[in-house]
Each structure stands twice: as structure tokens, then as C-alpha cells.
Design a protein around this ligand. Structure first.
Ligand code: THU
Length: 130
């Protein structure tokens, strides 16, 4: 299954009774395995989690800490960009050049990278003592 098809598949399971905006995400780990995630909302709105966060959590739970490809899909007029928090989460596990495919359910696609999504990212090096 392609990564975008994996994202499309898991989007069906999104729990989005508040926003009614279902999102599916899939990441490929260094092993080649695909991990899927969907958004899971909560009546206490800030407790909801994004699709990307779910896919990353599934990857880490399976014992992998490097992603090599990302896909996100939603039913929106234009491909939905990951939120700021998810950009930082993707950057934690993906190199700058990792391909990110953002897609709509009706076939619009935007190709970008983890690095392009988060220029100037906070990294471990910023915590080094001068
Ligand atoms: N959402 C995601 O899951 N991923 C994104 O990239 C953008 C937004 C979710 C969070 C919330 O459940 C809903 O979409 C509306 O913001």
C-alpha cells in the first residue's frame, strides 16, 4: 500500500465529532514499515491529538525512531499543512530532506519536506553551553 493510501485508509477512523474535520497521516519508518494515525478529539478541546502525532506515536511504540517519509490527507479545499506542534514532532524523528506529501481527498497534492515545514527549528544543539 502506498503511504498516501495508508493515510487515506486511517482517516476513516478519525474521531472528530467537534471539528468534523477528519485527518489521516502515515509515516514510513527506517525499516520500511508504515505507521498510521488519525486525529482523536476530546470534549476538553485542547486534549485532542493530531493525526501526525498518532502516526509518530505508533512508530515509536513499535520501536522505531526515524521516519523516512510522511503523508497527510484531509477533505479540505487545499492540502492541509501540519500544525506547528506537529512540525516540531516530525522534525524530532525526520531529517530535513524527508519528503512530506500533503493531499486532499479529491486529489490535490502538495509536496514538501520536514525541513521546509520548520525552518529555524529548535534542536538539541541549542541547549549546548557556550
Ligand atoms: N488536525 C490534524 O490532525 N492534523 C493537521 O495537520 C491539522 C489539524 C486536526 C486537529 C483537529 O482534530 C482538527 O484537525 C481540526 O483542527
Amino acid at each position: 500500500m502506498s503511504l498516501i493510501d495508508a493515510a487515506r485508509e486511517v482517516r476513516e477512523n478519525a474521531y472528530a465529532p467537534y471539528s468534523h474535520f477528519k485527518v489521516g497521516a502515515a509515516v514510513r519508518g527506517r525499516s520500511g514499515r508504515i505507521y498510521q494515525g488519525c486525529n482523536v478529539e476530546n470534549v476538553a478541546y485542547p486534549e485532542g491529538t493530531c493525526a501526525e502525532a498518532g502516526a509518530i506515536a505508533a512508530m515509536v511504540a513499535a520501536g522505531e525512531t526515524e521516519l523516512t517519509e510522511v503523508a497527510v490527507i484531509a477533505d479540505s479545499p487545499a492540502p492541509v499543512p501540519p500544525c506547528g506542534g506537529c512540525r516540531q514532532k516530525l522534525a524530532e524523528f525526520g531529517r530535513h530532506d524527508v519528503a512530506v506529501t500533503l493531499a486532499t481527498t479529491d486529489g490535490k497534492v502538495l509536496a514538501t519536506t520536514v525541513g521546509a515545514l520548520l525552518p529555524g527549528r529548535f534542536e538539541a544543539a541549542h541547549m549546548e553551553q557556550p
